[in-house]
Design a protein around this ligand. Sequence first.
Ligand code: ATP
Ligand code: MG
Length: 386
Amino acid sequence: MEKVIIIRFGEIFLKGKNRDYFESLLIKNIKTALGEFKFDFRRSQGRYFVENYNIADEAEIVDCIKKVFGVYSVSVAAKVKTDFENGFKTIKDIAVEEAKKQKCKTFRVTVKRADKRIPVTSTEIAADIGGAVLENTSLKVNLHEFDFEINVDIREDGNAFVYFGVELAVGGLPVGSSDRGMLLLSGGIDSPVAAYMMAKRGMKLVAVHFSSPPYTSDLAKEKVVTLRNIANKYCTPIKLFVVPFTDIQLQIHEKCPSEFMITIMRRIMMRIAERLAERHDCKALVTGESLGQVASQTISSINCTNAVVKMPVLRPLIGLDKEEIMQIAKRIGTFETSILPYEDCCTVFLPKNPATKPKLDVVEKAESVLNVDELVEKAIAEAEIL
Ligand code: ATP
Ligand code: MG
């Protein structure tokens, strides 16, 4: 029996004159997500159809499609001949077979009939198919509160799709529809979640990671690459810059008061990120900060880091609790990697008493002993692209 994957997308972004643009992005992103599989793609009547794939790949294909922002739901359907003359026999057989597997109590049949040559209404067809299920199983009909739904779409070409409910996908807007952002990607729990949240609203991401070898290991860097690779499934491929940060940290450690170490580090990270952002056509910076989570994430600290950049800094996690962030990390599959215990550059030379309310003028003065421009230039020149 032929199988077809039906993809439904949100209507919200399809209004107005951007429709073609949004759709072309969405189709491109779906095809990118399915890059490793063999399939045909078809657009028809406001839906997409993935066909002629290997049945062995089906579960994985569905999983990939459900991660593409802009996709709202997916169903795997059997494509059969409508076969009105034989009383919809094939459709009934499939429906009954699946219904027999159900452990629940109630069902309904929902029919859409595009083929108006068939001289019975969709309600009559639903009652006919429902009758077959009632006869062969112990399920009861409940049109409003049902545990199991049998969907039958009767197409104009003599074929019908039979499927059982819909699987919700991630929703959101197609990646690429909301400009580009430069993500500051650490190896922690938060920043991969921040990537997910911005990509969900259509932002295409480029990422920068600061690493401090030999204080941070190759494993720490590999961990960030793994996080990027997991995020790619949702965000479309993310180009990753790894910027050496050891010299900068050593100099801050040596020359600046330890209580401002983190604030000054952050300010330099932001400058480097903004420079890279400008070169790569990004219009915003994205971080995984959440208000009050640590000393560097108070409003005073944020004020000190914002002061060195002109671009908007987007902090999609600002109002979330750690618990909520962890739940998203688990759902999107980054959590297990994020908690691997490798050093992050921020934990190297961590001061005992970081300032929780740094004052901008005091920080600027403390920082003035460094040749910041030179440090920034050098770090960018040594950046590695992965
Ligand atoms: P995360 O879980 O994302 O590491 P965190 O709770 O550890 O966040 P911080 O270490 O204060 O918080 O980092 C705040 C944000 O700064 C991170 O979410 C990230 O966007 C950025 N950041 C921190 N360290 C790095 C790094 N080594 N490379 C790139 N960005 C970083
Ligand atoms: Mg961190």
